[in-house]
Design a protein around this ligand. Sequence first.
Ligand SMILES: *Cc1c(COP(=O)(O)O)cnc(C)c1O
Length: 481
Amino acid sequence: MNSEASPSAPPRAATSSYVSTRGGAHGVSFNQVLLESLAPDGGLYAPTSWPRFEVGALTRNATAPFTDIAFSVMREFVGEAFSDARLRACIEETYAGFNHPAVAPLTQLDAGLFVLELYHGPTLAFKDVAMQLIARLISEALAQSGEKLLLLTATSGDTGAAAARAFAGAPGVALGVLHPHERVSPLQRRQMTTTGAENVLNIAVDGDFDACQRIMRGLLADEGLRVGRRVSSVNSINWGRLCAQAPYYFSTIAALGAGGGPVRFVVPTGNFGDAFAGWAARRMGAAGVRLLAAVNDNDALAHALNTGEYARKPAVETASVSMDVQAPSNLERLIFEASDRDGEATRTLFAAFETQGRTSLPDELLQALRREVDAVSIAQSEADAAMRSTFERTGFLPCPHTSVALAAAARAPFLEGPTVILSTAHPAKFPDAVLAGAGVRPQTPQALTSLAELTETFERAPADAETVAARLREFAGAKLG
Ligand SMILES: *Cc1c(COP(=O)(O)O)cnc(C)c1O
C-alpha cells in the first residue's frame, strides 16, 4: 500500500525518533529520550534525521512571539508524542512565567554588538528557558505512560536551583538535589530550598561538589532505587533541554532581521549544551549562524579544538562557576556529527577518553570540528576587565559568565554581520564576583530579595553514599509509592 497516497494518513508530517551517538540505539521515541537522558550504551541521544526549516519563513517576522518560534521548533522534535494543542499549552504556560514579555530580549551595546538576555526566568539564569519547559513535558510523558520518575541532580548552584523551581509540584516526579554544604552561595541555596514543594528533597552534603557527584553516580546505578519507578538525572545531556534552547537562536535572527546572513553568536560554555543548541539551529537551516564557544580557565574544549589533544584536567574554580567544567559532556554530540554520524568512531574515541583521560582527535575530524565552531579560553583577569569596561562604556552590567563571552568577542577576528553575546545569568546572582570584577554592587531584583522572607527546607547528610541512598529510597517511597 502506498502510504503517501493513503487518505487516512495523519495530517502531521513530523515523526521524530532518536539514535545514540555510540550506535547502540535506534528508533527511540521522544518520551523515552526525555525520561532516560542517557542512552543504554552510554551515548547521548540525537535525532535520527534533522528537521529542516525554511529559515526565512521562521524568522521573517521580527515581531513574532517567542512562543510561536518555540512551538515551530519543538514540534519537530517531540513528533507525535504530544498533540499540537498540548505542546502549545505547555510552551505558553512556561514562558508566561518569565518576567520579560519577549522571553529572550536583545539589547544593543554598540554598533553591531548585542546581548541576548537569557535570564528572565524564575531563577534568573538561562537554564530556566529549557528546564521550565521540560518539567512540563516530563509530567505529560509520565501521565501518558503511567510511570513515576525519581530525578536526581548534584549541583554547584544554578542547575539545582533551576531544577527545584521547575519540578516543584510536578505530577509524577520526585526530585532529589545534592549540594555541598556551605559551598554554594546563600542566594543559590535559597533558590533551591524555598520552593515549599513536598516533591523536592534538598540534601546538604558534608563534602565538596565532587563528593556530591560521586554519590549521585552511585545513586543512578542503585537498583534498589529503581524498583517500580524510573530514575534519571536532569543534567544538560538530556536532549529535551538542548532542543528547547534552539528557539532563541532563531528568535534572535528574526529580531535582527538577519535572514540568512551571518550572525556571530558568542556562547559562554561549560558542558557545551547551549553552544550545541546553536549548532543545531544552523543544521536546521539557520545557515548564517557562526559559533564562538568561550570557556574560562577550564580550557579542555578550547585546547582540544585548537590543538587536537583532548585531555581531562582537574577543574579549577573561577568566578564563572557554572562553566568550571573540564570534560564537556555535549562535545560528544558535535563529534558524532562532525564524523558524519559514525557511532563506532564516536564510541571508540570516548572509550579511550574515559579510560585514559585523554585522546588525540584524528586530523580529518579536527578539521571538520573547526569548520563548525571556534573556541577560545579567557583568563579571569581578562573576563573581569571585560566586565568593568562593558559596564563603564554601556551601563550594562554583565554576570561573570557573560563577561567571559564579552572578552572572547573582543578578541575574535573581524566577521561580517552582527555579534550576539549570550548573557546567561543576572549579575545579582553573583554579587561578590561582580563587585570584585567591576567594582560595583549589582542591584538586587525583587525575585531575589523576596527569597529572604521564605522558609528554607533542607537536610544535612554526611558524604556517605549509603546514608544518602537510604534517605532517598525513603523519600521516593513516600512521594512516588
Ligand atoms: C550552565 C551555565 C553555563 C554553561 O552552559 P553549558 O550549556 O553547560 O555550556 C553558562 N552560564 C551560566 C550562568 C550557567 O548556569
